[in-house]
Design a protein around this ligand. Structure first.
Ligand code: HEC
Length: 169
């Protein structure tokens, strides 16, 4: 190896050393600068804090009667999905009535059994609707209000009574 080669190698090693030094220097400076910025933003900058507040704000908020919703657009978004579609008679029946009426369990008049139903139908639709919605204690047993499914609307329960009556007519 000539002394020229040796010089070139020394030069390359030196260059690499200097480059590594610069890289480490840049790294240290960048880290300090970003730490500094982060701290300033988190502790001091009101705009940054507002932005964070906004991002972590709960999706919805409760607006009591008489209060004005802060942001009507947000209220609209929250309310839209809760607008629920009414269940049909058979759907309500399967969910909330079938368990007792399907098999005539616990004194419940059995679905489709005319002998069980005719005397009840004779009481009139208003009585049946009201007893199904509010529940009642009869001679045979206890009919829970709305079959125990309190999330059903009155209309949905009436649709299920319609369905029960259709099965014996
Ligand atoms: C936990 C059991 C049970 C469930 C669930 C139930 N019922 Fe009943 N239901 C009864 C019983 C028991 C009676 C009879 C009570 C009696 O006459 O002594 C009855 C009676 C009725 C009657 C006759 C009322 C009358 O005045 O004679 C109607 C109508 C009725 N149920 C509708 C429904 C509908 C609609 C649902 C579903 C939304 C439902 N029931 C769910 C137990 C149940």
């Amino acid at each position: 190896m000539s002394s020229d080669d040796q010089k070139n190698i020394d030069l390359i090693l030196l260059t690499i050393g200097v480059l590594i030094g610069i890289a480490v220097g840049i790294f240290v400076i960048a880290r300090d600068v970003s730490n500094d910025n982060m701290e300033r933003m988190q502790r001091v900058d009101a705009r940054y804090q507002n932005a964070v507040e906004k991002r972590i704000k709960p999706f919805g908020s409760v607006v009591k009667d008489g209060e004005i919703a802060a942001d009507p657009a947000v209220v609209a978004v929250v309310e839209a999905p809760t607008a629920k579609v009414a269940l049909t008679g058979p759907q309500v029946y399967n969910q909330a009535c079938l368990a007792c009426h399907g098999g005539g369990i616990a004194g419940a008049p059995k679905t489709g059994d005319a002998a069980d139903w005719n005397a009840r139908i004779a009481k009139g639709r208003d009585v049946l609707n009201s007893n199904a919605i509010n529940g009642f204690m009869g001679d045979k047993g206890m009919m829970p209000a709305k079959g125990g499914a309190m999330t059903l609307s009155d209309e949905e329960v009436i649709a299920a009574v319609d369905y029960l009556i259709e099965q014996v007519q």
